[in-house]
Ligand binder design. Structure first.
Ligand code: HEM
Length: 418
């Protein structure tokens, strides 16, 4: 339940921020520290300022109006440096520059490319089955997330690139990744046919038309790589946790995967909608309940009204994606993991299920990788269900709030066949 007055607890990568909310959904908030342990880049940055917290259908439709809200200047320094290589990239752009770059991304991610990518993912998944079987036989549970960097109490709260701290290690890793991308770029140019469906080939296919430099292409690729590892993996683990808490849904998801087992090696995006609807709803539900990107930040580009209240130009804004995903005004029993809610037609509005952002994809910052991501994750989940059984660990009565708990998923994994 989101209290109209009081505080709203926001789960962020395993910890909790408390938003002390005022009498209205839009009301001015200060974000307060809820846990003593560790420093957190986001918390540090938000703590310094007061913000207007916008959530729910009204709040988010105001936030996603590009005339109301701009992104330039609102993002935290670490995100800019690590995920965007300190370059101009689509999440930080506004106005016509944003629309052109967005059009480039949407043009690059064709359904033909997604189908090709799915096929290559299927081959990759095939190779993963045996190592997971071995891990499951040995440990009985999926390996956990590596030590959460945010809980590293030695980390400097500000983005200072100083040897020995986590942030420095991340910068070194980013640079190593860019060196790999540059190498890949040369290989793609030398032999394009060998990389027909890679993410880089999708971007390169549209490079000339949109007149983008190699650095811009590699920056967008880097964002893709970061979102793939940082956002897609937790949605899969969240789906596993959700299914482990709802045996009926688990049974239905498994039956669907079994019934269409022959599709998996060369599945196409269209097959997912027509044949794997329940698995797709499971993924949608996992990304609703365990929002991997629970908030977005912005700055009011002009004075605008929400619910009769004027948000003044320049106000720092926090959009509550997770709060909207859990808003009882939109969802029945929002705390329940229930994939069949979509079968009943729940949450179909543009600002209802906002794990990928809201509004018109071409005009707003709504995620252009949503269909690709959801398709890849749906197929991965189906493939896992064909091979493995998932059950809550004995004695586990409450699921963790984070889909990447530091001590691993409290889920027992067993192979369905040798
Ligand atoms: C489960 C996986 C993913 C989730 C939950 C996710 C979620 C999001 C969210 C919430 C936004 C921001 C919306 C906003 O700024 O208000 C976003 C933006 C974006 N995402 Fe994703 N995303 C995922 C996967 C991907 C993938 C695989 C790609 C690459 C193909 C991608 C590319 C982008 C880009 C380029 C933007 C910026 C769009 C813009 O600013 O206009 N995302 N994503």
């Amino acid at each position: 339940m989101l209290p109209p007055v009081g505080s709203y607890s926001l789960p962020i990568v395993g910890e909790t921020l408390r938003l002390a909310a005022g009498p209205r959904a839009w009301s001015e908030v200060k974000i307060q520290e809820d846990t003593a342990a560790g420093s957190h880049a986001l918390r540090t940055n938000i703590l310094a300022r007061s913000a207007v917290f916008l959530y729910g259908r009204e709040g988010l439709s105001a936030f996603y109006d590009p005339l109301n809200v701009k992104r330039a200047g609102a993002l935290i320094g670490k995100f800019r440096k690590l995920v965007l290589n300190d370059q101009e990239a689509v999440p930080t752009m506004d106005g016509p520059a944003h629309r052109t770059r967005k059009a480039f991304l949407l043009a690059a991610h064709t359904s033909e490319w997604i189908d090709g990518y799915l096929k290559e993912s299927a081959e990759f998944q095939e190779k993963l089955v045996d190592p997971i079987k071995e891990a499951a036989a040995g440990a009985g549970a999926l390996p956990g997330h590596p030590e959460d960097v945010h809980q590293d109490s030695g980390e400097a709260p500000l983005p200072i690139d100083f040897p020995g701290i986590t942030y420095h290690a991340a910068i070194v890793a980013r640079d190593a990744l860019f060196a790999t991308y540059a190498d890949q770029l040369a290989k793609h140019r030398a032999n394009p046919d060998a990389f027909k469906y890679s993410a880089l080939s999708a971007l390169l296919a549209k490079q000339q038309e949109y007149e983008l430099s190699d650095l811009m292409i590699l920056t967008e690729l880097h964002h893709f790589v970061s979102t793939s590892s940082g956002l897609m993996a937790p949605v899969i683990t969240a789906a596993i946790m959700g299914l482990a808490t709802n045996p009926e849904a688990l049974e239905r998801a498994r039956a669907e995967a079994d019934a269409h087992a022959d599709l998996f090696p060369s599945i196409r995006m269209d097959d997912i909608g027509s044949q794997l609807a329940f698995l797709a709803w499971t993924i949608k539900e996992a990304s609703r309940e365990y929002a991997t990107l629970p908030i977005q930040l912005g700055l009011a580009a002009r004075d605008f009204d929400v619910d009769g209240y004027t948000v003044p130009e320049g106000t720092f804004l926090v959009a509550g994606l997770h709060a909207t995903n859990m808003d009882p005004a939109i969802w029945t029993a929002p705390e329940k993991f229930d994939p069949s809610r979509y079968e009943r037609g729940e949450g179909l509005g543009d600002f209802d299920h906002v794990s990928f952002g809201g509004g018109d994809m071409a005009q707003t910052h709504r995620c252009p990788g949503g269909s690709a991501a959801a398709s890849i994750i749906t197929v991965t989940l189906g493939r896992l269900l064909l091979e493995f059984d998932f059950a809550l660990e004995a004695g586990q009565d409450q699921m963790p709030k984070s889909p990447t708990p530091t001590n691993g998923l409290p889920v027992k994994v067993t192979a369905r066949r040798a």
